[in-house]
Design a protein around this ligand. Structure first.
Ligand code: KG4
Ligand code: ZN
Length: 341
């Protein structure tokens, strides 16, 4: 018989955030995130610098997570870590740390798939304790992924559609860079879009069959458009920043929502969730919320702190794997690309 309270230490280091969290069952007791500011200078994540920063951050971040949770390390039942997908050098830091701590504490380790964890963040306890019921559709939108996933249990995920080129977060970040905004540009576009006119500029939407997405065409047409306008007026971006951001954001949201609508129609599933960094976008959140009335969808949107990369979602995913005895041994290896789900 399992104990009723399972404590998991979660470790996340797949990209440029070093994070550690402690969960007790589906409750997150602490969730410490150290965001690496250094990449802002380079307009994107520099893998080598990310690995180095993870090495510096991991011990203090874990220490803080344990302290904030108000427990001692020996109370932990297992250590869950992100095995992939992500940047290999970054993943290696979290994976090696988890393995070493497992040996020192004599506690089991659990490997976690980063994108599944983004989805299972919906099962973290929240104020109204509103959680999706199976099956549901999840639009996972981050800096590296854009997918529609059909989720039938904590362990069964089916990818219905994916991007054939750039991810939605990449589209935000690359277009932000074209406008001279620092990395990551997604949150800034969201901010400037708030008071912009989203009908001011029109951008082409891709024609991709089925549930797949494409964003590279939008990025290229945005680049040409900006170049052309800047030749006529060098101040074009500054003078139109809010309207540009609002129009661009609306186009990205429409590309995402159209496919989600199609997936809901074809599968008959009306329980719909969003996950991943781009689910922090206020335009996307509001648009989806409106579908609760317009389309009678049940919509699930994670709390902000669990949208972008965080170890809370790793710990809670680890908890579900713990319940099903899904442990790994010391031979486990970090993997930048994990094809099977
Ligand atoms: O999930 P995440 O933190 O890291 C990855 O696994 O990629 O997602 C990061 C992505 C970045 O592209 C960032 O620009 C985007 O999420 N993002 C946003 C917003 N907040 C984060 N994009 C649009 N609006 C936001 N509010
Ligand atoms: Zn992520």
């Amino acid at each position: 018989m399992a104990h009723s309270e399972i404590y998991i230490l979660g470790i996340e280091s797949s990209c440029d955030d070093t994070s550690a969290a402690v969960s007790c069952n589906t409750q997150v007791l602490s969730n410490v995130i150290s965001t690496q500011k250094i990449h802002e200078l380079y307009g994107g994540v520099v893998p080598e610098l990310a690995s180095r920063a993870h090495m510096q951050n991991i011990i203090p971040v874990v220490h803080e997570a344990i302290t904030k949770a108000g427990i001692s390390l020996d109370k932990i039942d297992a250590i869950a870590f992100t095995r992939g997908p992500g940047l290999l050098g970054s993943l290696l830091v979290g994976t090696s740390f988890a393995k070493a701590l497992s040996l020192a504490l004599e506690k089991p380790i659990i490997d976690v798939h980063h994108m599944k964890a983004h989805i299972l963040a919906h099962f973290i306890d929240n104020e109204d304790n509103n959680k999706p019921s199976f099956p549901f559709l999840c639009l996972t939108v981050s800096g590296g992924h854009t997918q529609i996933v059909k989720v039938t249990s904590f362990y069964d995920f089916e990818i219905l559609g994916s991007t054939i080129d750039d991810a939605a977060g990449e589209a935000f970040d690359k277009c932000a860079k074209i406008m001279g905004l620092p990395y990551p540009g997604g949150p800034l576009i969201d901010k400037y879009a708030q008071i912009g006119d989203d009908k001011r500029f029109q951008f082409n939407k891709p024609q991709v069959v089925g549930f797949d997405f494409s964003f590279s065409g939008l990025k290229t047409s945005f680049l040409y458009f900006i170049d052309k306008e800047k030749k006529k007026n060098p101040q074009f971006i500054d003078e139109n920043l809010h309207d540009l951001c609002a129009s661009l954001q609306k186009t990205i949201i429409e590309i995402l929502i159209q496919k989600l609508e199609l997936a809901s129609e074809k599968t008959g599933i009306k329980t719909v969730a969003i996950a991943g960094g781009v689910s922090a976008n206020s335009g996307l959140r509001n648009r989806l919320k409106s579908y609760e009335q317009d389309k009678e969808w049940k919509v699930f949107i994670p709390e902000f702190q669990f949208c972008t990369d965080n170890a809370g979602m790793i710990a809670v995913t680890g908890y579900f794997n713990y319940l099903d005895n899904r442990f790994v041994d010391q031979s486990v290896q970090a993997s930048a690309r994990i094809s099977e789900w």
